[in-house]
Design a protein around this ligand. Structure first.
Ligand code: NAD
Ligand code: 022
Ligand code: ZN
Length: 370
């Protein structure tokens, strides 16, 4: 079939909105009509050419929501008409990783997903001339129809609005999951969140949900303060306005250090500050931000010897097919908020403008509605 997509033909070039061919679903695959997609950082990272593993041409996009149109042979868990959210971290429920409760990193389709192809080693997308186009993070939500493995789809309730729950496909789940699944923040904890963007604001509302006491937000952009407060931030720190040592200042505000700190910037210097502002003896620091290729983190080992813990999290430690439908329920029940974070909406033809807004720090989340 012919579908409308924003194609990344070459690194560093704008996405090209055009028609492409999409083959139907093969065994274990599902054809999904994408209704809405969110623009997330790593799409831009790949488009710009900064992702060393980025391959072209590709249809980017990993945050979305839509409806099942057709299922391939052997698909048991989904049927036509089901509402779904694509998962860049799948959940097969049978691999060694899925069977180990300590991780959410399903490995069932890891290598083919990284290569931009379906589990059988081929792509479903081609140009109208018949040249192959790669998938991206197993999702390719920058197309109004896409094919995904069955294990990479969460079935969600049908009364939830696509244009809002698409954000649960990455940003919301990553931020809230980092708090609930990875840190396991307890009632009364003091937390510090670095970077108040599309992820950090969800960390903040996750901390509020978990019953945190102090929630300190740290950002070099003062315009993020208002949004932070809206989602539960109790104190704001702009490092540029702190005289003297930032770590000492944060330890002071938290009354001895953070029980939990979170990096949602991807900056390795910030990651060090986040670790070092954690409380001596028990503070845990969670790395969420994805750093540039080849970057390294540093601290003195004494920081760990004295009881601080350094951790990282992918997709907020969430098992997508199990946890994403629950987060949709939390949204529908008013336990969490999404709407104010979606600061811009547009049609697919304006997707490049959406990336400009992200670059300029003007959007929290831009959503494309097909
Ligand atoms: P964003 O650009 O919306 O937000 C980043 C924020 O950090 C901005 O508000 C910016 O002003 C602030 N910032 C930048 N440098 C800073 C500094 N030195 N000190 C304090 N604040 C600073 O980005 P986002 O969408 O929120 O994503 C944040 C990071 O999370 C990215 O690295 C992204 O790749 C990563 N991410 C990771 C996962 C995962 O599963 N681990 C999932 C999604 C996103
Ligand atoms: C999502 N991310 C950044 C912005 N939005 C993001 C990027 C990478 C990961 C998670 C979220 C990530 C962390 C650890 C891994 N990835 C490796 C997982 C594994 O090896 O099992 C990651 C993921 C997908 C892909 C690449 C890296 C991919 O499909 N290309 C989950
Ligand atoms: Zn993302």
């Amino acid at each position: 079939m012919r579908v409308r997509a924003a194609v990344a033909f070459e690194a560093g070039k704008p996405l090209e909105v055009t028609e492409v061919n999409l083959e139907g679903p093969k065994a274990g695959e599902v054809l999904v009509e994408i209704k809405s997609t969110g623009l997330c950082h790593t799409d831009e990272f790949t488009r710009s050419g900064d992702d060393p593993e980025g391959a072209f041409p590709a249809i980017l996009g990993h945050e979305g929501a839509g409806v099942v149109v057709d299922v391939g042979p052997g698909v048991m868990s989904l049927k036509k008409g089901d509402h779904v959210i694509p998962l860049y971290t799948p959940e097969c429920r049978t691999c060694d990783y899925c069977l180990n409760p300590k991780t959410n990193l399903c490995q069932a389709i890891r290598s083919t997903q990284g290569q931009g192809v379906m589990p059988d080693g081929t792509s479903r997308f081609t140009t109208l001339d018949g040249d192959p186009i790669l998938h991206y993070m197993g999702c390719s939500t920058f197309a109004n129809y896409t094919v995904l493995p069955e294990i990479a789809l969460a079935k969600v309730r049908e009364d939830a609005p696509f244009e809002k729950i698409c954000y649960i496909g990455c940003g919301v789940t990553t931020g809230i999951g980092a708090v609930i699944n990875t840190a396991k923040v307890e009632i009364g904890s003091n937390c510090v969140v670095f970077g108040l963007g599309g992820i950090g604001l969800n960390v903040i509302q996750g901390c509020r949900l978990a019953g945190a006491n102090k929630i300190v937000g740290v950002d070099i952009n003062d315009s993020k303060k208002e949004m932070g407060e809206r989602f539960g931030m109790t104190h704001f720190v702009n490092p540029k306005e702190v005289e003297g040592d930032l770590v000492a200042h944060l330890v002071d505000i938290t009354g001895g250090g953070a029980d939990y700190s979170f990096d949602a910037t991807g900056n390795v210097g910030v990651m060090r500050t986040a670790l070092e502002c954690a409380h001596k003896g028990w503070g845990e620091s969670i790395i969420i931000g994805v750093a540039p290729a080849g970057a390294e983190i540093a601290t003195r080992p004494f920081q760990l010897v004295t009881g601080r813990v350094w951790k990282g999290t992918a997709f907020g430690g969430a098992r997508g097919r199990t946890d994403v439908p629950k987060i949709v329920d939390w949204y529908m029940d008013g336990k969490i908020e999404i709407d104010p974070m979606i600061t811009h909406t547009m049609g697919l033809e304006d997707i490049n403008h959406g990336f400009d807004l992200m670059h300029e720090g003007k959007s929290i989340r831009a959503v494309v509605n097909y």
